[in-house]
Ligand binder design. Structure first.
Ligand SMILES: [Fe+2]
Length: 205
């Protein structure tokens, strides 16, 4: 697949990122990271299989590697994981994965800085510049959507995912309102394409 590794290679890269993080920084929430990234990969694959124009292997790979930048902890290093992931995937020659590392956090390419109070202005300016003139494609949207269904060690509905985000980053609802509305619209978009209820498809109660 041009722009992204195949599934076997992606699993190796994913494992290498995980080992690096554990060895160099420790990873207190390693179980959550594994559950989150593998769960998103499988959910992306499942939905993509029902989409007329998507490659389900590619969807799996992009879901698995979207948080690759977490090989460096954001708190200790002070750098947004999307930026780390983007840079490393570009240097490996995988621009499609790099794009997902960047886009999965944002509800729109021209997002408002106010919606992301936990990131530095420098990282937000960087992200906005990278996404200038970009329109999200179905892979961007699919990873964004599936990212909403995994919170801690649970598979959850969109509302519960946002409750978790608000708590974890100490935010107000107004901070996440745009992202929340985007997630609901995004779910509707895929449901209209696959003619299936996504919570049913993914066994989310
Ligand atoms: Fe992420």
């Amino acid at each position: 697949m041009l722009g992204s590794p195949n599934k076997e290679e992606a699993i190796k890269i994913w494992q290498e990122g995980l080992d690096f993080r554990i060895k160099n920084y420790g990873f207190p929430v390693v179980d959550e990271y594994v559950f989150h990234t593998k769960g998103i990969a499988e959910s992306c694959e499942k939905i993509a299989k029902l989409m007329p124009d998507m490659n389900s292997e590619k969807a799996y790979v992009l879901g698995l590697l979207h948080d690759y930048g977490k090989k460096y902890p954001e708190k200790e290093t002070g750098v947004f994981h999307g930026r780390r992931g983007y840079d490393e995937m570009m240097s490996m020659g995988y621009p499609d994965v790099a794009e997902i590392c960047l886009t999965h956090t944002f509800y729109a390419p021209n997002f408002s800085f106010d919606s992301f109070p936990s990131y530095t202005l420098d990282d937000l300016v960087w992200a906005k510049n990278k996404m200038a003139n970009m329109t999200f494609n179905d892979y961007d949207l699919l990873v964004q959507l599936c990212d909403m269904f995994f919170e801690g060690l649970n598979k959850v509905r969109i509302e519960d995912r946002f409750q978790g985000i608000i708590k974890r980053y100490n935010l107000q609802f107004t901070d996440i309102e745009n992202s929340y509305n985007h997630a609901l619209e995004n779910k509707k978009y895929f449901e209209s394409k696959i003619h299936t209820d996504i919570y049913n498809l993914l066994d989310i109660v």
